[in-house]
Design a protein around this ligand. Structure first.
Ligand SMILES: Nc1nc2c(ncn2[C@@H]2O[C@H](COP(=O)(O)OP(=O)(O)OP(=O)(O)O)[C@@H](O)[C@H]2O)c(=O)[nH]1
Ligand SMILES: [Mg+2]
Length: 353
């Protein structure tokens, strides 16, 4: 686990999460559950038949301010429209990928400015939750393909959506099969990386525990009931209650803690040092530019142009100043001449009188 720097503690942290997956898997409900507020509204609370979260139709970033373990957190969540089982999936998916890359492009253009703005908005996505339908079988071709493509651009964290639809034994089995598929198809997910030589035992153990939970089984709900005097977020069924924050019922609270607290810094560092760096290198080599260091001929050219422009302006200013001084001197000389003339005239008048 990376250490959060003191400076960042005071200022507060920015963190961005995206939810991706098929339609109706509970992505928007999850976001509301994570933020503990209705970030994405329901249609009509008074009508039970319509009291569901509206279908998401566009990529919607929303920022909420939270406090986790005394640390201020500005959390941006990007909810995306779920794809269906139709031919539009590709377009919908491309919109999501384009969104992620557009944030990199923005940082790239800011970094390559000669005069950088001291502060610019960084909207890069640090974690992408990929919602897997709770089929109980294995990954679908669509999930394999989409996770693989996302994985080279963003930290993908696979989650089993609506995990309350599976029995505990089915869940264990399903998780195992999904991880086998992820390994077999070499899908690059965020798997709690650590370094045996650098990281301490505690970190290694914690990462291994979280790795063993992959893919996280999530249940989302905004409903609450009172159990033994405690307010509990849950989904109610005729046969019982699934508690969202109960680790025996699902992995929601462990996922939330790892995202917003224990692994937040690591996810940010991987985004910047590995994923963004890879995108930057690919893009620059595609464009035929090797690096953006200021020593490059084109950067030197830009700086030279800028320097000449400044010189030209300075010369013009000097010229204008010189003209102004000359005019002022001319005016003073005329005034002097006028005064002399007046003095001469008045002395002549005195003589004549
Ligand atoms: N059983 C179960 N149902 C859930 C869960 N989370 C959400 N739902 C229900 O699933 C339905 C769809 O939820 P949404 O949150 O709108 O799903 P979505 O993924 O945002 O859907 P799109 O916006 O169409 O992509 C709603 O009726 C939710 O109440 C869950 O964990 N378990
Ligand atoms: Mg939605």
């Amino acid at each position: 686990m990376a250490v959060i720097r003191r400076k960042n503690l005071k200022k507060g942290l920015n963190f961005t999460i995206m939810s991706v997956g098929a339609s109706g898997l509970g992505k928007s409900t999850f976001v509301n559950t994570l933020c503990e507020s209705a970030v994405f509204d329901k249609k009509d609370y008074s009508n039970p038949e319509q009291a569901a979260v509206e279908k998401t139709v566009e990529i919607t970033p929303v920022t909420v301010d939270l406090e986790e373990d005394g640390i201020k957190l500005s959390l941006t969540i990007i909810d995306t429209p779920g794809f269906g089982d139709n031919i539009n999936n590709e377009r919908c998916f491309n919109d999501i990928l384009n969104y992620i890359e557009a944030q990199y492009d923005y940082i790239l253009s800011e970094e390559s400015r000669i005069r950088r703005k001291p502060k610019y908005q960084d909207n890069r996505v640090h974690a992408c939750l990929y919602f897997i339908p709770p089929t109980g079988h294995a990954l679908r071709e669509l999930d394999i393909e989409f996770m693989r493509r996302l994985g080279s651009r963003v930290n993908v964290i696979p989650v089993i959506a609506k995990a309350d639809s599976l029995s505990p034994a089915e869940l264990v089995d399903f998780k195992k099969r999904i991880m086998e598929d992820i390994e077999y198809y070499k899908i690059p997910i965020y798997n709690f990386p650590y370094d045996d030589e650098i990281d301490d035992d505690e970190t290694i153990e914690e990462n291994n525990e979280l790795r063993a939970l992959l893919p996280f089984a999530v249940v989302g709900s905004e409903d609450e009931v009172i159990i033994n005097g405690r307010r509990v977020r849950c989904r109610q069924y005729p046969w019982g209650v699934v508690e969202i924050d109960n680790v025996k019922h699902c992995d929601f609270s462990k996922l939330r803690y790892m995202l917003l607290s224990s692994h937040l810094q690591d996810l940010k560092e991987i985004t910047h040092d590995i994923l963004y760096e890879q995108y930057r290198t690919e893009k620059l080599s595609r464009e035929g530019v090797v690096d953006l260091d200021s020593d490059l001929p084109e950067n030197r050219l830009k700086e030279e142009q800028l320097r000449r422009e400044e010189e030209r302006l300075r010369e013009r200013e000097l010229k204008v100043r010189a003209e102004l001084t000359a005019r002022q001197n001319e005016l003073l000389a005329k005034e002097e001449a006028l005064k002399n003339l007046e003095a001469k005239l008045s002395s002549q008048n005195n003589i004549n009188n």
